[in-house]
Design a protein around this ligand. Structure first.
Ligand SMILES: Nc1ncnc2c1ncn2[C@@H]1O[C@H](COP(=O)(O)OP(=O)(O)O)[C@@H](O)[C@H]1O
Ligand SMILES: [Mg+2]
Length: 307
């Protein structure tokens, strides 16, 4: 068996994963995304990539990761996580719709296309309201607007100075949470462990200084985290949750999860769990969504004789 790892800069997480793969004697091939041109021609599949049994995607840039695994999966290599899952999780609007369709609780949200209609949506949700880039991470460019003047200012700045991504306004109801949010790590439909991220700031990302403690896996947390993971297509995921007066709500689902600050507080060897899941996919014991769809198609094909 051979495992591929598609990566960019090697962070502590990737080091931990490589160490774990090495410890288990797995044959690993590394592909640096900046050095891997991919052909889109019918005969363009790269043999060094198609020969791996599964590809672990550990890139930093969502757009690059998404493009690469789209091609690699098209060549028949199961990717962790799969292209479909990355596409849904990398875009907060797409996640929102997937969760809505599956009946998973989340903050109310609106999408608007001009500052005027965004203001209308904000006022409908009420102050404070949250504006986020639909594609983004690490708590960057999030804004909590407390009143109409602040809303007008942010919307004007986005409209005038924003990049392409800011031409769509993604607006969420603000959740009055208790100085922390929660994160559940899910693999193959099971919750591995959970953490709370504490901060004096309303943005609790560890990239913004949030502090991590272990959080017990309650029945409520397990149920919503598993449902959220399933709604976006399954895989190995970090589900961010907000505690609210109407119970737990899903804030977002992360598909290239960062876990370096969570191993110590939870006592769960998360790099080992990533490798466990990856090997299950490589061995065909865990199906990524594309394989699952193919399996359903195959099952629905009429078997010989019926004409
Ligand atoms: N609607 C909200 N209400 C209250 N806090 C929020 C809300 N949305 C986000 N936050 C806070 O901001 C953090 C980052 O938001 P998130 O949507 O996960 O964006 P990112 O992709 O940048 O991590 C969350 O972990 C949470 O602490
Ligand atoms: Mg987040």
């Amino acid at each position: 068996m051979q495992i591929g790892v598609l990566h960019a800069r090697i962070r502590l997480e990737e080091k931990m994963i490589f160490t774990e793969l090495e410890k288990r004697g797995v044959d690993v091939k590394r592909f640096h995304i900046e050095a891997v041109p991919l052909s889109l021609d019918a005969d363009g599949a790269r043999e060094d990539i198609t020969q791996v049994d599964a590809m672990l995607e550990r890139c930093i840039s969502h757009s690059r990761a998404l493009a690469a695994i789209r091609v690699i999966e098209n060549w028949g290599v199961p990717c962790v996580n799969s292209w479909q899952v990355a596409e849904v999780c990398g875009d907060k609007m797409a996640t929102n719709l997937a969760l809505s369709n599956a009946g998973v609780a989340q903050p109310r949200a609106r999408v608007a296309f001009t500052p005027e209609s965004a203001l209308e949506a904000i006022e409908e949700l009420g102050y404070p309201a949250i504006l986020k880039p639909a594609v983004g991470s690490w708590g960057r460019l999030l804004a909590r607007v407390n009143d109409r003047e602040a809303a007008e200012a942010i919307l004007e700045h986005k409209a005038t100075l924003g990049t392409y991504h800011h031409s769509i306004f993604y607006i969420q109801e603000h959740i009055e949470k208790p100085g922390r949010d929660l994160r559940a790590f899910v693999a193959g439909g099971e919750v591995l462990c959970a953490i709370a991220r504490h901060s004096e700031h309303w943005i609790t990302n560890t990239a913004q200084g949030g502090q991590v403690t272990n959080y017990p896996v309650t029945d409520e947390l397990r149920e919503i985290a598993v449902n959220a993971a399933q709604a976006v297509g399954g895989g190995i995921l970090a589900v961010d949750l907000l505690e609210s007066s109407r119970g737990l709500l899903v804030c977002e689902v992360n598909y290239t999860m960062e876990f370096k600050n969570s191993v110590e507080p939870t006592g769960v060897d998360l790099p080992a769990k990533v490798v466990d899941f990856l090997l299950e996919v490589a061995e065909g014991r865990e199906l990524v969504p594309a394989q699952r769809a193919a399996a359903v198609d195959a099952a629905q094909q009429p078997t010989g004789g019926a004409s």
